[in-house]
Design a protein around this ligand. Structure first.
Ligand code: NAI
Length: 317
């Protein structure tokens, strides 16, 4: 079987000066793609800037016989980054929204700046880059977008209210791009990676880090951004040699008659059914509200629930 190749295509990898981004960029460079290595070159907290991070990766790709140019703009200047691709290579085919920062702090101590900066880099940064690439994708009827979420976004994590909010925002963002892009063959997916990088080196022990090579995340990204891919709007967890798809699950739920008998007590009377996942469905869209409403109208008035008042007497609620 021949290897997946990207000859003639242009890939923009944001935050490609280190960690996962560098692993993507060098891979694409070795498989025939023109690579734009974007990196602002600041600290993992989003302070400072330097052209060195991107330059080192470009050098590595070029020395290995690949084609790459550096871009040092902040992802908030998405137009400038995509412009670098157009000027250097005349096109943009693949966008990897990877740049990111952390400002971990307990929610109690979180400042507006901690919140705003993290949201800006991850969410507005991904938006600005995708927005600038979009007209090119639509015109050429082809595009591949990867956005980088995180387990913190899907499940929450101590000290990461800002980062979690930003990361789950990217899931919704990408699901909408997937819907709008489909008819133009613009396929958009989200990954929630785990890998050793400067972001994780302070929070994980060395033996765990050793088992989490960034290069082990690359093959999934390669598959999702290849022209042969058909998957879109999906979320994949990836790292340490494990790849799994994540999806939404909806409980069967309860149907209530929508009238004045729909009291808080009536809600509680079927609370077990609302929370019961024994007969789940795996939705890709909202529940069919009109159909459910029609069914609900056939039901008798809801039964009120019971509760104990402060004197221990049963009351209807
Ligand atoms: P990293 O810190 O090595 O790489 C991030 C890169 O983005 C850095 O080179 C940095 O200079 C660059 N960057 C930061 N702000 C930028 C901006 N405004 N404009 C342009 N470049 C900017 O970290 P790592 O681990 O490689 O992270 C890559 C992505 O993966 C991030 O989005 C991160 O949130 C995400 N991620 C990583 C996980 C891990 O286990 N390493 C876990 C979950 C998500």
């Amino acid at each position: 079987m021949s290897e997946l190749r990207y000859d003639g295509q242009t890939v923009v990898v944001t935050g490609a000066g280190g960690g996962l981004g560098k692993a993507y960029a060098t891979f694409f460079g070795s498989r025939g793609a023109n690579v734009v290595v974007n990196d602002l070159g600041g600290s993992f907290k989003g302070e400072g800037k330097s052209s060195k991070a991107a330059d080192v990766v470009v050098d590595e790709i070029v020395k290995a016989g690949g084609k790459a140019v550096a871009n040092y703009d902040n992802v908030l200047d998405g137009e400038a980054i995509i412009d670098t691709a157009i000027k250097a290579f005349g096109r943009i085919d693949i966008l990897i929204n990877n740049a990111g920062i952390l400002r971990d702090v307990s929610f109690k101590n979180m400042s507006d700046q901690d919140w705003d900066l993290v949201l800006a880099v991850h969410v507005r940064g991904a938006y600005k880059c995708a927005r600038a690439a979009w007209p090119h994708f639509r015109k050429q009827k082809y595009g591949r977008v990867i956005s980088t979420a995180s387990a913190a976004g899907l499940f929450g994590n101590f000290g990461q209210a800002n980062y979690s909010a930003a990361k789950l925002a990217l899931v919704g963002f990408t699901e909408t791009l997937a819907k709008e892009g489909l008819k133009y063959d613009i396929l958009c997916n989200t990954i929630a990676p785990i890998a050793a990088s400067r972001m994780t080196e302070t929070i994980m022990p060395p033996d765990v880090l050793k088992a989490l090579q960034p290069s082990w995340v690359v093959p999934l990204v390669a598959v999702l951004t290849h022209k042969s891919n058909t998957e879109t709007g999906a979320i994949y967890e990836v790292g340490g040699g494990h790849i799994a798809k994540i999806r939404w699950e909806r409980s069967k739920g309860a149907i209530y008659r929508a009238d004045s008998s729909l009291t808080p007590g009536a809600v509680l009377s079927k609370w077990n059914e609302v929370n019961d996942f024994s007969e789940p469905e795996y939705p890709t869209g909202p529940a069919n509200f009109m159909e459910l409403l029609e069914e609900a109208q056939k039901l008798p008035p809801n039964k009120p629930g019971e509760n104990l008042d402060f004197k221990g007497k049963v009351v209807l609620i």
